[in-house]
Write a protein that binds this ligand. Structure first.
Ligand code: NAD
Length: 476
């Protein structure tokens, strides 16, 4: 069993100064304990913030090329540990290993390289009239991250913040903290100056809240639930911190009447079920024309039934378990809610998939048809493989339904014409829209409208989030 009993503060591995008992990391596939992890306290947060503050001036005033050099070293270090990262994430949260290699390890490793390059071409200064406008690192950043794409979420924050010249205190999720330790080991080996990056593991309500309330933290960058995001905003407001929030979603995939239905339905179901539905951008609502409902429903059922749910270390599995017992219970509760609301259960349902009724937090990929747009199943984030098919009368109706939730993270449009799809996409109140199956692009901004958050990650936009802006006026 893995034991992580030290925090990484001020360039050193140190025990917690508090006396919280460690947390246990559980494999969702076997329900067995795979690791114990130290739980920090508010006192550890004080030490980490002090270290980060102490390192800030020197780090932020280093030439950009030097900071980029460190990011490249971290990139190389992570690349050498790619296999460990994928194994760790699959063990702790259950994504099939084959997918973890590409998504859970490949993407964050690439993010460090991307920021090493982007920061060197970024314009930190510009002249406007009689002023010089300069962008400077905001200061000490508290990064708080979830369990669904653990290192990916961490990299989105840490790589951009370090590139910008900020120093960081990271608190990963207790459900999936293992890869944060791999990152800290790599950072240490890369020789990053002491205090530039610090890791304090522990409870959200203890370590997370202490970070958000700390007067010497300049910015909180948070990814997680809308519920926790609200609390974090409240805490940050006492000291007027910048609070960047990447929150939940209830994204819609709109299939227009001229789309190629087999491709569009397959793509929509895939965008809902990736990572067993535990993706903030999951396309959990599939919107189809009323006249094509039967055809779309039949196709969705066939695609869903082709998923092979099973051991995430088995090469043939295309869906693993959900990340925790609590998550499994939530998914099954929402399936009950769908049934109680009168939606048509087309495939799946509560309980374990066939042959998986022993150990493991497995759920059945589920599709509901004729879901009412205002029902709870169509409004609330399930965070599991549950798809709601909703019918619409015409394009205006589709857009009204797509925009009719408190969220605004993502969405999709399928059409024979990219141009027509784009016209519909422009009317969607979301931060990103995938057109005809378009996929995630790290150079583009990522973030939400409405209650899906604020701020943007990735690309140069992610860098901008960690910068302050200042102007000098000259008498001319
Ligand atoms: P969560 O909100 O429970 O926890 C996220 C992190 O916040 C964890 O590290 C947790 O310990 C910490 N936390 C919890 N309460 C806190 C508090 N009061 N103060 C400070 N920190 C606190 O979310 P989760 O269950 O880990 O992740 C799932 C959620 O994350 C989903 O709602 C999903 O949509 C969202 N998410 C959003 C994005 C995005 O980019 N928009 C990406 C991934 C996940």
């Amino acid at each position: 069993m893995i034991q992580h009993d030290k925090l990484y503060i001020g360039g050193q591995w140190v025990p917690s100064v508090g006396s919280e008992s460690p947390s246990t990391v559980t494999s969702p596939a076997t329900e067995e304990a795979i690791a114990t992890v130290v739980r920090g306290t508010a006192d550890d947060v004080n030490l980490a913030v002090k270290a980060a503050r102490g390192a800030f001036d020197a780090w932020s005033s280093r030439p950009v090329a030097e900071r980029a050099g460190f990011l490249m070293k971290i990139h190389e270090g992570l690349k050498a540990r790619a296999n460990d990262i994928a194994q760790a994430v699959t063990s702790e949260m259950g994504m099939p290993l084959k997918q973890s290699v590409r998504i859970q390890a490949g993407s964050p490793i690439a993010a460090f390289k991307l920021y090493a390059s982007l920061v060197q071409s970024f314009h930190f200064e510009e002249e406007v009239g009689n002023s010089l406008v300069v962008r400077e690192a905001i200061g000490v950043v508290a990064a708080i991250t979830p369990w669904n794409y653990p290192l990916h979420q961490i990299a989105a924050k840490v790589a951009a913040a370090l590139a910008a010249g900020c120093t960081v205190v990271l608190k990963p999720s207790e459900v999936a903290p293992l890869d944060a330790f791999i990152l800290a080991e790599v950072v240490h080996a890369a020789g990053l100056p002491a205090g530039v990056f610090n890791l304090v593991t522990g409870r959200g309500t203890v370590v997370g809240e202490a970070m958000c309330s700390h007067p010497d933290v300049d910015m909180v960058s948070f990814t997680g639930s809308t519920r926790a995001g609200r609390r974090i905003s409240e805490l940050g407001s006492a000291t007027i911190k910048r609070v960047a929030l990447e929150l939940g979603g209830k994204s819609a995939s709109i299939i227009l009447d001229d789309a190629d239905f087999p491709t569009a339905v397959k793509g929509s179901v895939g965008a809902c079920f990736l990572n067993a539905g535990q993706t903030c951008t999951a396309h959990t609502r599939m919107l189809v024309p009323e006249s094509r409902y039967e055809e779309a429903a039949k196709l969705a059922v066939a695609v869903t039934q082709a998923y092979k749910v099973g051991d995430p270390f088995d090469e043939t599995s295309t869906m693993g378990p959900v990340a925790s017992k609590a998550q499994r219970n939530t998914v099954n509760e929402y399936i009950e809610i769908g049934l109680a609301e009168g939606a048509e259960l087309l495939t799946g349902g509560t309980g374990a998939p066939e042959g998986l009724d022993g150990k493991g937090y497995y759920v059945r990929p589920t599709v509901f048809g004729r879901v009412k747009p205002e029902s709870r199943l169509a409004q609330e984030e399930v965070f599991g493989p549950v798809l709601a098919i909703i019918t619409y009368k015409d394009e205006d109706d589709a857009i009204r339904i797509a925009n009719g939730t408190p969220y605004g993270l993502s969405g999709g449009v399928w059409s024979a014409s990219d141009e027509r799809a784009q016209q519909v996409a422009r009317r969607m109140r979301t931060g990103q829209v995938d057109i005809n199956g378009g996929t995630f692009n790290m150079l583009a901004p990522f973030g939400g409208y409405k209650q899906s958050g604020n701020g943007r990650e990735f690309g140069k936009y992610g860098l901008e989030d960690f910068l302050e802006i200042k102007s000098f006026q000259f008498k001319r």
